[in-house]
Design a protein. Structure first.
Lengths: 233, 280
């Protein structure tokens, strides 16, 4: 079953087309990596999938079981967040907002969900800590826990390891792989082709148009893959 | 000491002092509630910008001879707020530049209009009063007091009802939008409420010092507290205490009300900064 099907879509903003002729699908439990150079349209794709922009043409179909608001995303950090006075618990709970509707406060169930998400990512002990005092890796875990509150099905990650050191990066990839094994479909934007090839099931290589879309095994032997995948992988 | 309390009791027997106190505390409460969000959204100067916009509108209203100046000032300020906060995120002129533009532009046009079509004899006095709000809080009428009370209730209710949404939109607009929170709508809401508070606060401290009421309590609270809720609560308490102390001081010693309240806020900030430093 496809959670998201993208059919011949063109993306862009302010009248400028960034990506065209894009077609791909994300299956249930999939792990799709989107790779490509800076400015190749990866972030525009992410913004379109999360509803921040509309596609110029083409069609994006969500499976009926997946409401568009049920996509948990991990956007890149903004400067505002880095010194934001908020506790870890407050941030994780804000992931439950899409369940609230017009109700002004969180109910017991949502609070429990937030606790469970923190447990899953090993940040329960930091629940009362201030977000701005955490390390980069810990902050990403907090945002991942928040995304998990918003979804059980699909996580959209935009460069989740940007700015992290190699050890923490490996930990982060491990965590994401674990969530994927638990049944959450992952869609990740990455610069890191080596890691993408190592963890993903499918790869989409973008360069204003899709250069490759298929399984990771096929990517390694493809023409594009030959150029981008480091030797020995 | 007893004499001091007697003096204060004596002052409080005058209705205008009581009115000033009620309105002063309400304005301090509202501005600090919003201040936390505005400072975090990097819109610290919106207070200044909108206040100047309101000043421009006020000048036009005065020249046109409109009796209820609020009728012109309020819609204009709300429009400016929406323009800056609600739509400003994606526009070509970015936040701080847009705020500066409206602020300086409206101030200049307001003064120009007042100067060219001068209605009163004491122009610089009028301008000074509007900018610094030197005495107007002591000349509030009963109607204005009720108006302030009503506006404050609106602000507080909106803030409480949408607290979680305001938090989410302030912390991470992209995530909030992606998960179906209508960030634009809440930005708009924050904009409208901010405009309300600023028009309200102009009576108290005048347009120049409104920024202080918005910024200082929030920044003071952020020195010491680490969760959003505690920052909001602390910021309101600080703001209300400073307003009360500043007003008392100003009434008893005859200092300008607005500047005295801001001085109290600066003092509070210094104290919180030291506490924050000691705690590490």
């Amino acid at each position: 079953m496809n959670l998201i099907t993208v059919k011949d879509v063109s993306l862009g903003y302010e009248g400028r087309t960034v990506v065209e002729g894009l077609s791909f699908a994300v299956e249930q439990g999939d792990y799709l990596c989107i790779v490509g150079e800076n400015g190749s349209g990866k972030s525009t794709l992410m913004k379109t999938l999360t509803g921040l922009r509309k596609p110029i043409s083409g069609e994006i179909v969500f499976d009926p079981s997946l409401r568009p608001t049920e996509i948990g995303c991990l956007p890149q950090q903004t400067p505002v967040q880095r010194d934001f006075p908020a506790s870890v618990r407050e941030i994780v709970q804000s992931g439950c907002l899409n369940r609230c509707g017009l109700r002004p406060f969180y109910n017991k169930e949502e609070k429990a969900l937030a606790e469970a998400s923190m447990e899953k990512l090993g940040i329960s002990s930091m629940a009362k800590r201030c977000y701005r005092e955490l390390s980069g890796g810990q902050q990403q875990r907090v945002l991942l826990a928040r995304a998990l509150c918003a979804t059980r099905k699909l996580l959209l990650l935009d460069e989740p390891t940007a700015g992290l050191d190699p050890v923490v990066t490996a930990e982060m990839y491990g965590l994401i792989a674990k969530l994927n094994r638990d049944g959450v479909a992952i869609m990740m934007i990455s610069h890191d082709v080596a890691a993408a090839v190592k963890y993903s099931k499918h790869i989409l290589h973008l360069s204003h148009r899709p250069l490759f879309f298929g399984t990771t095994a096929d990517y390694k032997t493809s023409e594009v893959g030959q150029i981008y995948v480091p030797h020995g992988e | 000491m007893a004499e001091f309390f007697n003096t204060i009791a004596q002052y409080f027997s005058y209705p205008f002092v009581r009115y000033a106190f009620i309105v002063g505390i309400l304005v301090a409460l509202c501005s600090s509630l919003l201040g936390v969000t505005l400072v975090l959204k990097r819109f610290s100067f919106i207070g200044d910008g909108l206040a100047h916009a309101a000043f421009g509108a006020l000048a036009v209203a005065t020249v046109l001879g409109v009796n209820q100046t609020m009728l012109l000032v309020l819609p204009f300020t709300v429009a400016c707020a929406i323009l800056l906060l609600g739509l400003g995120q994606n526009s070509k002129i970015k936040g701080d530049a847009a705020v500066a533009m409206i602020s300086v532009g409206a101030l200049a046009m307001g003064y120009l209009i007042m100067n060219v079509f001068s209605t009163g004899s004491n122009l610089s006095g009028d301008v000074c009063t509007t900018l610094f709000g030197s005495t107007s809080i002591l000349t509030l009428s009963r109607v204005e007091v009720w108006l302030s009370v009503a506006m404050s209730i609106v602000v507080i209710v909106v803030f409480l009802l949408f607290y979680n949404k305001i938090f989410a939109v302030t912390f991470d607009e992209s995530f909030a939008t992606a998960t179906g929170t209508r960030a634009k709508l809440y930005n708009m809401l924050i904009a409208v409420v901010t405009a309300l508070v600023i028009v309200l606060a102009m009576n108290l401290v005048g347009s120049l010092l409104i920024s202080a009421l918005i910024i200082f309590p929030a920044l003071s609270a952020m020195r010491v507290f680490k969760s959003f809720k505690s920052v909001v609560v602390c910021s309101t308490i600080v703001s209300v205490c400073c307003a009360a102390l500043g007003l008392l001081f100003a009434i008893v010693f005859g200092t300008p009300v607005g500047s005295t309240i801001v001085a109290a806020d600066i003092l509070a900030f210094a104290i919180f900064w030291v506490i924050g430093r000691i705690r590490g």
